[in-house]
Design a protein around this ligand. Structure first.
Ligand code: SAH
Ligand code: SF4
Ligand code: F3S
Length: 474
């Protein structure tokens, strides 16, 4: 059968040109308004904050077409899975969930099941869906989100699957509809894509090239959020340090951070910053504004220089430690978290020990730890690997013991301290217990009266656990 669509291509998606980025304004086709009336959508989001933010846009587009949010898959007319391709187990989770939806499709043939996000950018995934997952009606990629209205319309009336995945560097689309999932904490994209091409990573293939939104658009968004009562923004990019390089803003991220700080919004966070180009101007800016939170996620990936080199990370452990030192000198209370991959191809026991030693040196407050997962299309996927999965699992367990040890140690140091907490809301189990986060991004469960979510209040820490603190309102 002749296809009227093209398979995505990771090879094409890898290409980078010098041409400038096309910024467009989103326009809702008036003819599509109303196609979702009396219909409900369900959205499942996997992966990182970039996907969460994309889901907010998908929800916004669907609601402007007339759809309303469903409470369960059973009552939905449209189910979208916004997927993540970062590791094999992330993909397996999605395939598992698509499998579970088969019975709903059998009960209701009009149900539309769609796959979006990073997995949609991979040709192997689309081929698998075409072969084995007939219940899927719609597939669209990370560069096609603004086309959701047209695509849903097509899927509603098409006899075949609707597939639209652009494998390209990507544009910037402004003025997108949105439904924010949080009431006082918001994600703000400052840039899209990634040009770092760490050898293990699929993201530069699924998200296109690094492209920065204009400073004005970002500041307008933050001001708008602030005027709507939002207390915290997290600036999002795969490597926020690169902000502005493509649009020639000198010291782009430091400049942006300063401008965001000057909006006066209560709390500013950012993720992710790369250890490679963490400039002194960034360090000084973070130190200068009290509304930039004293917590940094700085993924190190490995404690061994040779592994870092073949990962394509562009820094040595000495340089990483120097960045940590520069930051601590400027902001003594700063806390750090990190990402670590164990079992990179041929990682030796000694190289793994270097990672444990680095952990002891930095004493991170927290770490996200992963077993290396080969991603088809990336350079590392072609590396020979003679380390067994069993060895990798044992290493991960040892590393996680360290993560736990230091998490508890840092939490113990908080006992008796007074902290400011941005209140997320009451606990589901006990309405007199609230939870929220400190400036250092520590979760606190605490007793309080007469407060509401979004308040910033003072809490005394009365007890500590490994992953959270307990306290009382002062
Ligand atoms: N842009 C961010 C990371 C995004 S991916 C950064 O560079 O810091 C989040 C984390 O997933 C990475 O930091 C890395 O630790 C992990 N990761 C990425 N690709 C992986 C792979 N193929 N196998 C295992 N972990 C991976
Ligand atoms: Fe992946 Fe590296 Fe880009 Fe992070 S910086 S998204 S790990 S390629
Ligand atoms: Fe996953 Fe894509 Fe984010 S691969 S981690 S959802 S950028």
């Amino acid at each position: 059968m002749k296809r009227n669509w093209e398979l995505p291509s990771l090879n094409e998606a890898k290409l980078r040109s010098k041409s400038s980025v096309n910024t467009q304004q989103f326009i809702l086709d008036p003819q599509l308004v109303g196609i979702g009336l009396h219909k409900k959508y369900m959205l499942h989001t996997f992966g990182c904050q970039a996907n969460v933010r994309d889901s907010e846009v998908m929800a916004g587009i669907l609601e402007s077409l007339g759809f309303s949010m469903a409470n369960s898959d059973e009552e939905a007319d449209l189910i979208l899975l916004n997927t993540c391709a970062i590791r094999e187990n992330a993909e397996n989770k999605v395939f598992g969930q698509v499998g579970n939806l088969k019975h709903l499709k059998q009960k209701n043939p009009d149900l539309i099941i769609g796959i979006a996000g990073c997995m949609a950018q991979e040709e192997v995934v689309i081929n698998k869906i075409l072969q084995s997952y007939h219940q899927v009606d719609l597939v669209f990629g990370t560069h096609n989100i603004h086309r959701l209205g047209d695509l849903v319309y097509k899927a509603m009336f098409a006899k075949e699957k609707t597939i639209e995945v652009y494998s390209k560097e990507g544009d910037i689309i402004e003025n997108l509809p949105e439904r924010r999932f949080g009431e006082h904490k918001a994600w703000v994209n400052i840039m899209y894509g990634c040009d770092k091409f760490c050898t293990y990573c699929i993201v530069p293939f699924t998200r296109g090239k690094e492209r920065s939104r204009s400073l004005e658009d970002i500041i307008d968004e933050v001001n708008d959020l602030k005027s709507r009562g939002f207390k915290e923004v997290t600036l999002l990019g795969q490597n926020v340090n690169s902000y502005g390089k493509d649009i020639e803003i000198f010291e782009g991220f430091a400049t942006l951070l300063k401008e965001v700080a000057l909006t006066g919004i209560d709390r500013i966070r950012f993720t992710t910053s790369h250890p490679w180009d963490f400039t002194q101007a960034m360090v000084e800016t973070i130190a200068s504004y009290p509304n930039i939170m004293p917590y940094i996620h700085l993924p190190v990936q490995s404690g061994n220089n040779d592994i870092l080199k073949i990962m394509g990370r562009r820094y040595t452990i000495a340089e990483y430690l120097d960045t940590v030192r520069r930051l601590k000198e400027a902001i003594p209370s700063l806390t750090f978290s990190t990402d670590i991959i164990v079992g990179f191809p041929n990682e030796s026991d000694e190289q793994f020990e270097d990672t444990l030693n680095l952990y002891d040196l930095v004493q991170f407050d927290f770490a996200f730890t992963f077993i290396y997962s080969p991603r088809s299309g990336t350079p590392a996927a072609k590396f020979e690997d003679n380390i067994s999965f069993d060895v990798k699992k044992k290493r991960l367990a040892r590393l996680n013991e360290k993560v736990k040890h230091y998490a508890l140690m840092h939490n113990q140091a908080m006992l008796g301290k007074e902290v400011e907490v941005l209140v997320d809301g009451p606990s589901k189990k006990d309405a007199s217990v609230y939870s929220g986060y400190t400036p250092h991004q520590k979760l606190v469960n605490f007793k309080a009266d007469n407060i509401k979510s979004g308040d910033i209040i003072k809490v005394r820490i009365t007890d500590v656990k490994t992953w959270f603190l307990l306290g009382e309102q002062i």
